[in-house]
Ligand binder design. Structure first.
Ligand code: PLP
Length: 192
């Protein structure tokens, strides 16, 4: 199980004690913010892994591939294409997660459950991407368990072994449903 400490909105002074305590995997939701904060911290704490957990725009794919070790928000063909190009130009290997919109919320990013199998196949066959797993963010006003169960089921039938699910409020339930990566922000850093 990988604990991703979500440091979005927190500055280097807040992050340094967490690095000093030995935590080496961090999550950020914006490419620009991460670019401003992290290169100096990574230089001081080699071996630190950075995960992009927020939406990615195609025109930031190159920067994202250069900075991050994993991207949890692969959710549309334009991103697949941009990632595929960016990865071909840099010798880095990133872990990629397809984001599901299990609650089918119109304002939320992610692939609808009914489209997930087709999208994962396209990632692999059309864009040549290696997908490691699935990510989901359950609707805030619903019990998370059915969303975690659905994500685990879609992963299993597509041969995916990694599950990025669970945040400060629901990580214990996510772990019961097989989470391999929990993304914890406020429980570590306090309120944003
Ligand atoms: C902010 C964020 C988190 C962390 O949320 P907390 O409730 O603070 O633990 C996890 N995942 C994503 C995608 C986020 O944007």
């Amino acid at each position: 199980m990988t604990l991703i400490a979500v440091s979005k909105t927190f500055d280097a002074d807040a992050i340094t004690p967490v690095l000093r305590s030995g935590q080496r995997v961090f999550g950020e939701n914006r490419v620009q913010e991460a670019k401003a904060k992290w290169p100096a911290l990574i230089a001081d704490y080699p071996g630190t892994e950075l995960h992009l957990i927020g939406p990615l725009q195609s025109n930031k794919a190159k920067e994202a591939v250069a900075l991050f070790d994993a991207i949890h928000s692969v959710d549309r063909p334009s991103i697949c294409e941009a990632l595929s190009k960016a990865l071909a130009q840099q010798p880095r290997r990133l872990e990629l997660f397809v984001q599901l919109n299990t609650g089918e919320e119109p304002q939320k990013a992610g692939v609808a459950p009914a489209e997930a199998d087709g999208f994962i196949a396209a990632c692999r066959e059309t864009y040549g991407l290696t997908i490691s797993g699935l990510m989901c963010i359950p609707p805030v006003d619903e019990a998370p368990a059915p969303h975690f169960a659905l994500t685990a089921k879609i992963a299993a039938r597509n041969g995916l072994h990694k599950l990025s699910m669970g945040m400060s409020a629901d990580f214990a339930i996510a772990i019961q449903f097989g989470a391999t990566h929990v993304r914890i922000g406020s429980a570590i850093f306090g309120h944003r």
